[in-house]
Write a protein that binds this ligand. Sequence first.
Ligand code: NAD
Ligand code: MG
Length: 391
Amino acid sequence: MNRKRLVILGATGSIGRSVADVVGAHRDAFEVLAIVGGSDANALASMARELGASFAAIADEGQGAALGEALAGTSIKSGAGEQAVLDAARMPCDLAIAAIVGTAGLKPAFAALAAASSLALANKECLVSAGAAFMAEARRRNVTLLPMDSEHNAIHQALAGHRVEDIETMTLTASGGPFRNWDADAIRVARRDQALAHPNWSMGRKITIDSASMMNKGLELIEAHHLFRVDPARLDVVVHPQSIVHGMVSFADGAVVAGLACPDMRVPIAHCLAYPARIPLKTKRLDLAALGQLEFSAPDEIRFPCLRLARAALRAGGDRPTVLNAANEIAVAAFLEGAIAFGGIGDVVAAILDLMPQAGAPASVEAALAIDNEARLAARRVIQSGLSSAQ
Ligand code: NAD
Ligand code: MG
C-alpha cells in the first residue's frame, strides 16, 4: 500500500502534536512531506526529525537561522517566513492538515486547497472568517474536506449514508467549560488561570478561552453551517458536561444518529488521517455502564453572551462572522495579557459589531483579511481607550 503523503500546518500545537502521535504509531501508513510551525524552532525541528519530514517551515522569519541550525546534519530542508509557509502548504499531497490557530491559518489552508487531494480542517476560524470563499474554492478544486473538530467529525460520521434533504436538525454538544455553573457576575471577573482550566480537554490557549466563554461553540455553529451547508435555523447546541456525545443529526422520521467517544482529539484525528479507512488507536474505550449517567441541558446565552453574539452573527450573515472572529481574537489576546477582564471579551466583540456597519460576505480570502484587519484595528482601539465595562 502506498503511504499517504501528509502536510501538517500548525504541527507544533496541541492538534499538531496529537496528529504526530497518531502518525508516529502508524509510520507504515503515512509519509510526512512538510510541517509548519509558528515560532518555536526547536520544537519544529525535533518534530521534523521524529516524523522524518522532508521540509519544515517556520512562520517567524527571525527563527529561520535557529531552525536551520537545529536541523543541521539532517537532509531536512527548512525555510522561514510567510513564503516558506505557503510553499509548504502548496506541496502536492494526499492530505493536508489545517491546524494553525486563528485567522493566521487562513492563507496557508487556502493555499493547501490548490495542492492537496483532501484537507482535514481543525482550524475553525478559516470557515468563520471566510466560509463562503473557502467552501467555494474547495468545491472548485474538488478537494474533500474532512472535519477534524470533534463535534463536526461526529456529525460527518453520523451523516454517512444519509441524504442531506432528510436532515431535520444538527446538534453540537458543548461541555460548558469551567464556568458552566458559575453565576454571571463571577464569570465576568474570572481569572486567567480559571479560564484556562478546561474540565475535559487539554488544548491551545486561544480555543481554551473560547471554550470558557462559549464563543467556541458559536464559532462551531458557523463552521457547521458552511461545512454541511445547513440552514442556521436547523443548528442547535446542547450542554453536555461529560463530552461523550460530540454531535448528532436528527432526521425527518425522528431518528437521531449521534457520534460518541471518550474526549480525546486523537479519535477524530485518526478518522481524518485514515479516511475512508480506519486505523487502530490505543485510546481509552467508552464504558457507558461505568459512566452511569450522561447529562444534557440548554445553553444559557445570558451568562455566556459570546454564544448569543455568534448565533446572531450567523443569522445576520454577510461580514458579521468575519468581524466577530477578528474582534474575538484580539479580545482573547487582550484577556490573556491581562488588559481586559473576562467579561470584556464579549463587550469588545459586541462593540466592534456595533461599530462596523454590516457589509456583504467576503468573496475572497483577500476580502476577508481586509475586513479582519479593520475589525482588529477597531478592537485594539476600543481596548486601548479603556472600554469602561471591560476593565
Ligand atoms: P495551538 O495554539 O496549540 O497551536 C497552534 C499552532 O499554530 C502551533 O503549531 C503554532 O506554532 C502555529 N501557529 C501560530 N501562529 C502561526 C502563524 N502565524 N503561522 C504559522 N503557524 C502558526 O492551537 P490548537 O489548540 O492546536 O488549535 C489549532 C486549531 O485547531 C484552532 O483553530 C482550534 O480552534 C482548532 N481546534 C483545536 C482543538 C484542540 O483540541 N486543541 C480541537 C478542535 C479544534
Ligand atoms: Mg470542537
